[in-house]
Structures are given as C-alpha cells and as structure tokens.
Ligand binder design. Structure first.
Ligand SMILES: Nc1ncnc2c1ncn2[C@@H]1O[C@H](COP(=O)(O)OP(=O)(O)OP(=O)(O)O)[C@@H](O)[C@H]1O
Ligand SMILES: [Mg+2]
Length: 449
C-alpha cells in the first residue's frame, strides 16, 4: 500500500487540485480521439508521462455520462452527511444515501443514490478512487452497479452510485436474522454475479476484479446482483503474458492460494473467489469464522471434501433453508464450487462455463414445499444449525455420558454467548477485510500495477 501511495494523486491527475465543471474543449477532443477506439486503461491514467487532467478524465470516458459533482452538492443531498442518511462503512470510507434529480444537473434522472466518501486517514486513497472511476465509468453491464458521478476537490474523493435497496449479499446472508434468503434467490444472485465476472473477463482487455466477496455484491429491490468496488480491480494480462505479478491485495478467506503465495494474478483468481461465495450461499457460513474449531474455521478447507461426496452434502447445506432446496441443484452447485476451488488454477472453469452450469438451476422444480417446520436454534449458532465439531462427537458416542456432555454443551453455549457479545461490539467498528493482504507481499510489487 505504501508503494501504491507513492504515486501521489497530484502526479497522476495534476488538475485534481482544483475541480471545475467546464472541461477544456481542446484537450477533450484530443483525449476522446485517443480513447474512442479502445477502453482507457488504468495504467494509461497512472502513467505520469501522459497525465490526463480531471476535466479530461470525465470527457475521455466516452459515452459514460459521468457527472462531476461538487463537494457542496453532495453535502446538500446527504444533509451534510447526516447520521440518518448513513448506510455503512468499508475500507474506502463511509457511505450515505441521497437523492438526485435534474435540478442538480439538467437531464439527471430523479433517483436515490449512494455517496461513498473517501476517508482521507484510511488505508485506501486516490488509486482506489481512480480505479473505480476508470472501470465503472467505462464498463456498463446489467450486473455492474451504475456509477453516476464523482467528486474530486482538493483532497476530497467521492463516488456517487445508483442506490441498491437491499444492501450487500454479506449482510443479507449473515446478518438478516428475521428471514433467510430462499434457495432460488441464492441461485439468482450467483448467476448475476457470475455473468458480471464473465463479462469482465471476456473484455477485449480482460479486467481482473481481485476483490470478489459477498460484501461487494450489491442487491437491488428484486435481488438482482450488481458488483461494486473496483478499487482493487486491474487490467489483466495481454498478449503472450499469462499473468501479471502484483502485491497481494484482497480479502482473507476469498483470495486464491497461488495469488497469496506468488502474487501471480489471473482471471482464475476471481474464479476461485467466486467458488468461495458459492460455498457461502450453499452453507450460510462466512468464508472465515474465527470462533469455530480449527477444522471448521476456513470454509473452503472444511467444506471442500464434502462437495464431491453427495451423501455428505446435506451436512453442509445451510440449515436455515429447512430443506427447501433442490437436491439436484445443490449437487450441481456443489460440483461447480468444487471446480472453481481447484488448487490448480488451470483446472478451474472460465466464468462463462460457470454461468452455463448455473443457469439451468433456476428451472429445477424439485424444491420441497412441505409444511413449515420450526427448528429450535441453539443460542450462539446464529441460526445456522450445522453440526459443530463437538456435536458430531456426541453423536458418535451415543447416549452414555449424556449428562456429562450436556454440562459440557451448556458451558460451550455460555462461551458462545460471550463470544457473541464480543462480535456485536466489533460490528460497530469499521470492518473492512480488504486491507488485510495489503500489508503482505509488497516485495511482489511490480510497477505495472
Ligand atoms: N450503491 C450502494 N447502494 C446501497 N448501499 C451501498 C452501496 N454501496 C455501498 N453500500 C453499502 O455501504 C456499506 C459500505 O460498503 P463498501 O463497499 O464501502 O464496504 P465493504 O464492501 O463492506 O467493505 P470493503 O471495503 O472491504 O469492500 C455496505 O453496507 C454497503 O452495503
Ligand atoms: Mg465493498
């Protein structure tokens, strides 16, 4: 991260120091001609030899219709970034809800928006902001969140997106205690996200997303999945190159093993991360659950052996589904996840293949619609009643010593209750895993990235 920050934003975009809304027509024509044939790459803008000013940046993202907002305007639409408009916070900074319409800019559709404000003291900075503007400003897809505009004034960096009413998949899957995502909704989300990755990888110049995880999958009011957060995205290898080498960035539990070990980044790293999200959808468990016993902490390590053994599959499927899932669909989803999670990146499928494998799952109609069965969930289990390491042991031993085991279980429950308290306190803090890898592997940094 330190090395990335060594590209100061003044070098990359000299005119960022003062933002205005009137681009110079001379440079506009020049840059437009330059990029109209091909997508503007992040490296084009990062190259100090060919600096593109803020005004030129906006006009060079041909056809993107990005609006350049002033800080004052964004303060106004979020009631000065008020608590009541607060949506959440990640590694980039806080996110607020606001509304825009054509009073703000002629032709601007009246709609709710999400305004992301860079925390100038945080771990992310201009590079992440720029990546978001460059990628989302040019790439348009039904499963990509729409970037409406941005603000770049002095050291302030803000992003304005379409508002996604149901927030992110991570919260829907793991923090919604009142209801659970139905099976077909999970499939729909997986397909949407897979289509988006297939689109990114299939570009003439492939884009590696690099931070694919449940919290970066946003959901609209119909559970349509849209990817956001291109802060870590990068242009993929071109020509003869099979990979690019870069410092290791991403999120614990989602990053591909070869990337963590070598810094070699390919589109197959995204495929691995996609496999992790498939597992989260299947099991209702987070990619890393530090409070579980050693064997179960890492979702991939725990679940992988059971993905190919269909007789064991029901042991890992999210118990909150209460059996209401397609058995055939679960098998196929598990098989797809297993392939995506292959140790060898070359054995992983392309995202286009994954889309083709998942789409038919929406049509399987073997989902039981029997009577609702209420299951009592032990406290501390967050409603995910999969067998824990301890529970399994009890079953093996039979009823002898049950009293002893009951006492042990009670102790365990108390411990879990205590742990739960710790988690609640933590969730009030900024919780961004993205930074985790940033500290590692800076020696793998290559100036290309
Ligand atoms: N376009 C949007 N519409 C509605 N809510 C959004 C939008 N973008 C982000 N949010 C919400 O804002 C919060 C912070 O999101 P953000 O993407 O910055 O962080 P994150 O993904 O949780 O963490 P990380 O920094 O590790 O990616 C999340 O709760 C997210 O759901
Ligand atoms: Mg995010």
């Amino acid at each position: 991260m330190a090395l990335i920050k060594s590209f100061t934003w003044k070098i990359i975009l000299p005119s960022c120091v003062k933002a205005t809304n009137k681009p110079s027509s001379k440079s506009k024509v020049h840059v437009s001609n330059q990029v109209s044939m091909q997508r503007l790459l992040l490296t084009d803008v990062s190259n100090p030899g060919s600096p593109i000013s803020l005004n030129e940046l906006s006009s060079s993202l041909v056809g993107s219709n990005l609006h350049v907002f002033t800080l004052k305007e964004l303060q106004m639409i979020t009631h000065n970034f008020s608590r009541s408009d607060y949506l959440g916070e990640g590694g980039f900074g806080k996110v607020y809800k606001g509304c825009v319409d054509d009073n703000l800019r002629p032709g601007l559709k009246a709609q709710p928006v999400a305004v992301k404000v860079l925390d100038v003291n945080g771990s992310q900075g201009h590079r992440e902001w720029l990546a978001e503007v460059i990628f989302l400003g040019q790439l348009k897809h039904p499963h990509l969140v729409n970037l409406i505009g941005y603000c770049c004034e002095d050291e302030h960096r803000l992003l304005v997106y379409e508002y996604m009413a149901l927030g992110n998949l991570h919260d829907q899957l793991f923090k919604n205690y009142s209801s659970t995502l139905p099976w077909l909704t999970r499939i729909k989300i997986a397909i949407g996200a897979a289509r988006c990755l297939a689109f990114l990888h299939g570009e003439e110049k492939p884009v590696i997303y690099r931070d694919f995880k449940a919290s970066n999958i946003l959901l609209d009011s119909d559970y349509n999945a849209k990817l956001s957060d291109f802060g870590l995205a990068t242009d993929g290898p071109q020509g003869e190159d099979s990979h690019i080498t870069t410092c290791v960035m991403g999120t614990e539990g989602y990053a591909a093993p070869e990337y963590i070990n070598t810094g070699h980044l390919t589109t197959m790293c995204d495929v691995f991360s996609f496999g992790v999200v498939l597992l989260e959808l299947l099991t209702g468990r987070r990619s890393v659950e530090k409070n579980r016993c050693k064997r179960e902490k890492d979702l991939v390590e725990w679940a992988r052996p059971m993905l190919k053994d269909f007789t064991k599959l029901d042991q890992i499927i999210d118990s909150r589904l209460e059996g209401r899932y397609s058995t055939e669909g679960a098998k196929r989803l598990a098989a797809a996840a297993h392939q995506c999670l292959s140790h060898n990146p070359k054995s992983r499928p392309t995202m286009t293949t994954v889309v083709k494998a998942l789409e038919p799952l929406l049509d399987l109609n073997d989902i039981p619609i029997g009577p609702f069965v209420y299951t009592v969930v032990p406290p501390g289990d967050h409603g995910h009643g999969q067998k824990s390491c301890g529970q399994k042991k009890n079953e093996k031993r039979g009823d002898g010593g049950k009293e002893k085991e009951d006492k042990k279980e009670e102790k365990g429950r108390n411990r879990r209750r205590k742990r739960r308290c710790v988690r609640v306190v933590r969730s009030r803090d900024v919780y961004s895993d993205t930074a985790l890898y940033k500290a590692l592997g800076t020696s793998l940094y290559s100036p290309r990235n």
